[in-house]
Every structure is written in structure tokens, then in C-alpha cells.
Design a protein. Structure first.
Length: 339
């Protein structure tokens, strides 16, 4: 049997620590929460209206003294989605505890905090992977040996195109294709994309295209530099390119064959028309041990240390959460295969 181990740090304090560590880690690594920002809900499900496009039916002119024409509420299916659990536990072994038994409380506390940071990284990377899947495919597809789900947010098939000539062919018209994607985005949503998000590999391929070549004074030519590409892109009325190369142990969060068009980035804890990463309220947070410790903000990531009462008395640092990235306006995301 394991019991909550509060000799050195209680769960409310450790929860505050891991939440701060999560924000710091995401800021260092770069996060897609800039487009699917974090939102806490005191539930295990989220409900929202899935929009089909940013365009609405126009109003009609009327004669003076005539009644206005009755319009319709913007369409959209009402959706309810269950938030899956994402948790991680990392042990503090019997040997580690034996080595620390004559140490100060501060040393033991530091060992717990270091282990907690590893728990945070594991959970953060898993959530980021799901954000990448959602933005790339328009679905929250999770396929594990112990858990499978597939929430389809209804993105139009046209918003997942493939370039007619891939950019591995240096004769491809990169700028022209970006303009085509921009027109598709505007025609679908009635608004401009705010940013292009892609990998260093895609950006380098774009820079190597013949149409991007820069003529030097001596008459020779070279590949355009990254800054020159961005200058040409924005000068053509297209959004700025933001490079995103985040990896986890599994691999790239966004495949380095893809180019995303998205709304302008926002604060990772702000609001976005595109959607959100919902963090629900775990049963752990509702437990008396956590409430008695003074945990006030119950939704979101929580953490504690449990210790076995039987030999070998292994301690476990456990982080617990329920969350899912969700697209509320799926067509505000476009993912094009260009390599």
C-alpha cells in the first residue's frame, strides 16, 4: 500500500512547483500552445460548437419602416468530448532513499523536485505530440497499446493539400504555391492566415528553389538566405514564416514535410478562435489529501509523492492530468505537404 509522503513537501506545494516547471519547459522548448492555448475546466468533458467556416451569411438591405429580415444563427455542430488522462510516475528507489536518509531535508526535497521535473517533461512532451497531430491532421488521434481514441474535428479535406510539385524539385514555384494556399485559406475562412509554421528543412528547401535564387553582383547565383526568403514572403503579402522543430523521444511533433498556415500566435494561456488545449479536473485533485493540503486551483496538472509502506518502501513521484487539444474552428488550420 502506498501513502502520500508529506514529510518534506506537501502535494499543494509540489503541484505549484510542477505547474511552474511546465510553463518554463514549454517556454524553453517552444510550444504549439501558442495556437491551441491552455484552458482549465472543472470537468472531465468539454462542450463547444464546432464551426464550419469563418464566413457568415450577409445581411439584407431593407426599406425604411420595414421589418429586418430574420437571419440565422451561425451553423455548427454541438460537440461533447471526453478528456483522456495523461499521467506519469517516476520512482525514487530504495537505494536512493538509503543514500539520502542521513541527508538534510533540503537534499531530499531537491531529489523530489528533480524527479518532478522529469515527470513534467514526460507529460508536456506527450501533450505537445497530440497538439502536433491535431494541427497536422485535424484529428486528435491517439494510438497506444493501452489506449486508442480518434476525435475528428471536421476539417475540410481541401485544407490538407499536397503540392503539385514537391519542393525537393528545385524548379517548383514555391512562392506561387504559398499564394495558392493563402487564397484557399482566405476563401474558406474569410480572413488572412496569421503565420506560416514549418521546419528548418522545409524552409531550406524553399530557399533552394530556383525562383528564390538571388543574382549576385558578379553574375553568379546562390540560394537565397533565410532572411531573404522571409523578406520576399512578407513582401508578397504572405504571413511571416515561424520555424518550429520541436522533437520528443518519439520523433518530430510536426513532420518536416509539412507547412502549416494558422491564425496569429497568442499567449499560451490566452484565447484563440482556432481552439484550445483543455485541462480538466482529476480525481486526484479532488482527494481529501490534496484538498486538506490547501490545493485551491483544482483543474490542471497535479503532483504528489507516494511511498510504499511495505518493503522495499519505494517512493513514487506522480504527475496526474486529464487533457486534450481541441479544434473549435478546424478550417482555421491548414497543413500542406511540400516535401
Amino acid at each position: 500500500m502506498a501513502v502520500l509522503w508529506t514529510d518534506v513537501i506537501d502535494p499543494a506545494e509540489l503541484t505549484g512547483y510542477v505547474r511552474a516547471a511546465l510553463s518554463d519547459y514549454e517556454a524553453r522548448k517552444g510550444t504549439l500552445a501558442r495556437w491551441l492555448p491552455n484552458r482549465e475546466v472543472a470537468d472531465t468533458v468539454v462542450r463547444f460548437r464546432k464551426a464550419t467556416a469563418g464566413l457568415v451569411a450577409e445581411a439584407s438591405y431593407r426599406e425604411y419602416d420595414a421589418e429586418p429580415e430574420v437571419g440565422s444563427t451561425p451553423g455548427g455542430q454541438r460537440v461533447t468530448i471526453e478528456l483522456p488522462a495523461v499521467s506519469q510516475e517516476i520512482p525514487i528507489s530504495e537505494y536512493q532513499q538509503l543514500r539520502a536518509r542521513n541527508a538534510t531535508d533540503e537534499s531530499i526535497r531537491n531529489a523530489i523536485l528533480t524527479t518532478s521535473e522529469a515527470v513534467v517533461r514526460a507529460i508536456a512532451d506527450r501533450v505537445e505530440l497530440t497538439r502536433g497531430v491535431v494541427l497536422n491532421t485535424g484529428k486528435a488521434t491517439i494510438t497506444q497499446a493501452n489506449y486508442i481514441s480518434d476525435d475528428d474535428f471536421g476539417r475540410a479535406g481541401a485544407m490538407s493539400p499536397t503540392a503539385g510539385t514537391l519542393w525537393s524539385n528545385t524548379a517548383a514555384d514555391g512562392l506561387g504555391y504559398l499564394e495558392t494556399l493563402r487564397d484557399l485559406y482566405v476563401d474558406t475562412n474569410g480572413e488572412e492566415p496569421g503565420v506560416i509554421v514549418t521546419s528548418t528543412r522545409v524552409l531550406r528547401a524553399l530557399a533552394r528553389l530556383e525562383g528564390m535564387a538571388t543574382l549576385l553582383v558578379n553574375g553568379s547565383s546562390r540560394a537565397a538566405t533565410i532572411s531573404e526568403v522571409n523578406g520576399l514572403i512578407t513582401g508578397a503579402g504572405l504571413p511571416e514564416i515561424v520555424v518550429y522543430d520541436r522533437r520528443t523521444k518519439t520523433g518530430r511533433v510536426i513532420p518536416d514535410t509539412q507547412l502549416l498556415m494558422l491564425p496569429a500566435p497568442t499567449d499560451p494561456n490566452g484565447e484563440s478562435e482556432l481552439g484550445a488545449t483543455f485541462w480538466g479536473q482529476t480525481l486526484t485533485a479532488d482527494s481529501p489529501d490534496f484538498r486538506d493540503a490547501g490545493l485551491d486551483e483544482l483543474p490542471g496538472l497535479v503532483a504528489g509523492v507516494w511511498r510504499e509502506t511495505k518493503i522495499p518502501m519505494i517512493a513514487l513521484v506522480i504527475g496526474d492530468s486529464i487533457n486534450l487539444p481541441v479544434l473549435a474552428n478546424a478550417d482555421l488550420s491548414l497543413s500542406a505537404k511540400v516535401l
